[in-house]
Ligand binder design. Structure first.
Ligand SMILES: CC/C=C\CC(=O)SCCNC(=O)CCNC(=O)[C@H](O)C(C)(C)COP(=O)(O)OP(=O)(O)OC[C@H]1O[C@@H](n2cnc3c(N)ncnc32)[C@H](O)[C@@H]1OP(=O)(O)O
Length: 179
């Protein structure tokens, strides 16, 4: 959700605290959460917006997450007063865990296609943005998280040896499809 000023959305974790039978079920329930995953704070006086990723537990990039992110970038892009965008995380210790594995696990080719298009749209939107984009990487940022930060103009990462970043997806047997 995006508006011109103020912290626009507060999230609540819908899945934590519930009994979940299996990790897959837990992840699916998390993924179906309708809570807002992106919060945008726009400071009119500086022309800089801060976009906080708040998809618990690790800001994995689901279709919903990517769609919401793209809509918010698009809205800021259309606001001529917005010149800069800082992308950061509200989750402790993690910037983004990369693509949500559950989006490509056991899904139909059509659904996978839709998902990969959303991935592509995300990085094209950030890479092609006319705003100055900065990733403030305040936690680990593997694979798709690294990709997302690489498409920003600048990256600043918290100096903590526990935080890792890099393109590890081939170790999982994931190869990006042809665009
Ligand atoms: C062009 C192609 C580009 C990209 C391809 C990809 O992005 S593939 C995805 C690659 N991602 C990874 O390999 C990340 C794996 N995750 C981690 O390394 C750690 O989870 C992380 C991010 C360092 C956080 O560690 P932490 O100890 O804080 O959390 P934990 O590992 O216990 O994870 C908490 C729950 O989140 C689930 N989870 C983690 N990553 C993902 C993911 N990518 N997709 C979906 N779910 C993810 C994890 O299973 C835990 O779930 P739970 O039900 O609580 O057990």
């Amino acid at each position: 959700m995006y508006a011109r000023s103020g912290l626009l959305s507060q999230r609540s974790c819908s899945s934590h605290g519930r009994e979940c039978a299996t990790p897959v079920l837990a992840a699916q329930r998390r993924n179906n959460s309708t809570a807002t995953k992106i919060a945008v704070e726009f400071d009119q006086s500086t022309g800089v917006a801060v976009m906080r990723l708040q998809g618990p537990p690790v800001n994995s990039l689901s279709l919903d997450f990517l769609t919401e992110l793209c809509i918010n970038v698009e809205k800021l892009e259309m606001d001529k007063n917005c010149r800069g965008l800082i992308l950061t995380s509200s989750q402790p210790k993690v910037f983004s865990a990369g693509l949500d594995i559950m989006e490509i696990y056991g899904k139909s080719p059509e659904r996978c296609g839709e998902f990969w298009r959303a991935v592509q749209e995300m990085w094209l939107k950030l890479y092609g943005s006319s705003m100055v984009t900065i990733a403030a990487i305040n936690g680990s940022s593997p694979a798709g998280g690294c990709l997302m930060s690489m498409t920003c103009d600048y990256r600043i990462m918290a100096d903590n040896p526990r935080y890792s970043i890099g393109l590890n997806e081939t170790q999982l047997g994931i190869v990006a499809p042809f665009w």
